[in-house]
Design a protein around this ligand. Structure first.
Ligand code: NAP
Length: 300
């Protein structure tokens, strides 16, 4: 029996593990894919207090090693259900069953899809959700980025260093992301902004060859030949497996306040998967600490 079972090994889950093991608890982390979470695909992190500049990958690696060296255990399994039995929680995974005294949900969020007809089929064949992972395959080619937040702006800047032309396609004529990034992009000769527009069709046989874009104001459509489309339209949570044991909001986030307590005693939540205003690396780490200490207090 573990003291704390943490579902998700991103920044929130790994931070919770650090605090849990340092409080003397036996901690199990369950992770479906790779540890590190979303930050792995950030080329550079410049806004984590106390670290002037670090790559997302190095940040994640350091945090994982820290949790592991302190004694946290990690298993690569997908948690599919949480059950309650007398005085304990049971986490069922795709492979096994684990018992714990408290659970922390730190499932993060996954990349939102555009919802286009051939989006899944062409993922890995021209469609990508990670410019820093896949951008290098498009050296010298034309690419597009969909989105208007910081991720889309950073992706477009990153790609402008590799690609012949980069089209930044955003549904409004103002960006959600930082002005500093917008200014940097406007200075790039190979970046074109396609504003008030949405990608409506992905074209190509086995690989993406072009995108059809529709102007939302004029309703005019245009075909832009690109070998790659990087979709950066935000994230959405993936908590449906836990909808019966904890309350979720209308968007699927686990309902909890800054104390990281769910409506179910002994189940806590941390990071991007919970209802919150600010989803940042620093707030994910902070949540991890709050949730772990709350779990320790619950266990007693
Ligand atoms: P985001 O800020 O939520 O932006 C998502 C963008 O996608 C918005 O511009 C949105 O348009 C657009 N969008 C959403 N759904 C769409 C759809 N169905 N079709 C077309 N466009 C759609 O997401 P993000 O850029 O991934 O950033 C997430 C968080 O991480 C933010 O807080 C961000 O500041 C932070 N972040 C920080 C850094 C950094 O500090 N270095 C880097 C990356 C991300 P609208 O604007 O019209 O809503």
């Amino acid at each position: 029996m573990y003291d704390i079972i943490i579902i998700g090994a991103g920044t929130a889950g790994l931070s919770a593990a650090v605090y849990g093991v340092r409080a003397g608890k036996q901690v199990l982390l369950l992770e479906e894919k790779v540890y590190g979470g979303q930050i792995i695909s950030a080329a550079e992190v410049e806004n984590y207090p106390g670290i002037r500049r670090i790559s997302g990958y190095e940040f994640a690696e350091n945090l994982y090693q820290q949790a592991k060296d302190l004694g946290a255990e990690l298993k690569y399994e997908r948690a599919v259900e949480i059950q309650e039995e007398e005085g304990k929680k049971v986490v069922l995974t795709n492979r096994s069953r684990y018992e714990g005294r408290a659970v922390i949900l730190a499932t993060g969020a996954r990349n939102r899809r555009l919802g286009l007809e051939r989006e899944e089929e062409l993922t890995g064949a021209g469609v990508s959700y990670c410019a820093t992972c896949d951008g290098v395959f498009y050296r010298g080619k034309d690419t597009a980025v969909a989105g208007g937040g910081n991720t889309a702006l950073e992706d477009a800047l990153f790609l402008s260093g590799y690609c012949r032309n980069v089209y930044l396609i955003h549904r409004r004529n103002e960006f959600r992301g930082e002005e500093k990034l917008v200014r940097a992009l406007r200075e790039k000769e190979n970046v074109s902004m396609v504003l008030e527009s949405q990608v409506i069709c992905l074209n190509g046989k086995e690989h993406l060859e072009s995108v059809t874009v529709k102007n939302r104001r004029t309703e005019a459509t245009e075909e832009i030949p690109v070998a790659g489309l990087f979709i950066a339209v935000g994230q959405e949570p993936d908590n449906q497996a836990f909808a019966e044991i904890v309350s979720l909001d209308a968007y699927g986030y686990v309902k909890a306040g800054e104390d990281c307590r769910t409506n179910r005693a002994g189940i806590f939540t941390a990071g991007d998967c919970r209802t919150k205003e600010v989803r940042q690396l620093a707030t994910a780490a902070a949540d991890g600490a709050v949730a772990a200490l709350a779990a320790c207090a619950y266990i007693g």
